[in-house]
Design a binder for this molecule. Sequence first.
Ligand SMILES: NC(=O)c1ccc[n+]([C@@H]2O[C@H](COP(=O)([O-])OP(=O)(O)OC[C@H]3O[C@@H](n4cnc5c(N)ncnc54)[C@H](OP(=O)(O)O)[C@@H]3O)[C@@H](O)[C@H]2O)c1
Length: 300
Amino acid sequence: MAKIAFLGAGAMGQAMIPNLLRGGHSVCVYNRSIDKARLLEANGATVAATIAEAVQGVDALFSMVIDDNASRAVWTGPDGVLDSAASGTLAVESSTVSSNWLRELGGLAAAKGLRFLDCPVAGRPDAAAAAMLVVFAGGKAEDLAAVRPMLEPMSRRIVHFGPVGTGIAFKLIYNVLGAVQVAALAESMNACEAAGIDLHTAADALSDGNTGSPHVKRHSRAMAEGKHDNPIGFTPHGRLKDTLYGCQYQEQIGGQALLGYAAAALFQQMIDIGWGERNDSEAIDGLREESKRRKAKSNT
Ligand SMILES: NC(=O)c1ccc[n+]([C@@H]2O[C@H](COP(=O)([O-])OP(=O)(O)OC[C@H]3O[C@@H](n4cnc5c(N)ncnc54)[C@H](OP(=O)(O)O)[C@@H]3O)[C@@H](O)[C@H]2O)c1
């Protein structure tokens, strides 16, 4: 069984780490705010006050933080991973970061002799808690084989796309599709309401037909019932970050991201009304607010 450092105990880390422990691995957790790391002591994790302390003598380390800035801080900050981890350590970036940063990081990690992989994941914290994540892996086959026994207790499927950078490339494209579905659903449900259609009936019919993707099934129910994930599953801030990374990547490789940018605009609208830290499924309420605002403006 492996000795692992897990860097990042946000919503995803909180859900993933207990599965690593259940899988028989030992886990030392570092989180910028140490209180969140301490919550995992009850599951058998140890807590480190610094990244350097967490990665001391480990077989593998995982980073699971919010974005490029956070990832840079974890890997390249003073006493960060690149300064502290021993050459030969399996080093996994699981955060959803931009393709540019991931590729730069892959180069920096390789120069330090780390066995680097990008393994972003699909699945919300509840899927992570149920060990139902899907891992999108990029890296050498032998490094993935070495890290597989650590990924397996957290996931239902591991897909290897190719060398370093391909896991994040797929994840960014996948996220744009997901964001478009959630944003389009919010508009459709809001339009159903304006058309006088009962939202429970709408959710049922949208979920049953060709439109019934897992996103539509899950979020249409939440929108109809007005009952959203608690604790919060994924925020408009997170959605906007993922969607913009994805749109920029698609353009960078010569594609377009017309629909992706439209979805991003809807999440930006939620942030503008102060709802950036709510659930993304509350996008329908964001649209209702916006309609009210427009009506009030046209009445003045
Ligand atoms: N939630 C989902 O549904 C979901 C699904 C799949 C993938 N993801 C991806 O998984 C990653 C983690 O998401 P999450 O939901 O766990 O996010 P989260 O709950 O918001 O937690 C964010 C984590 O990043 C850390 N962090 C933020 N800024 C930092 C900085 N400058 N330096 C060091 N650490 C920093 C936070 O530390 P503090 O506690 O100190 O703030 C915390 O550990 C993201 O890349 C997200 O896109 C999320």
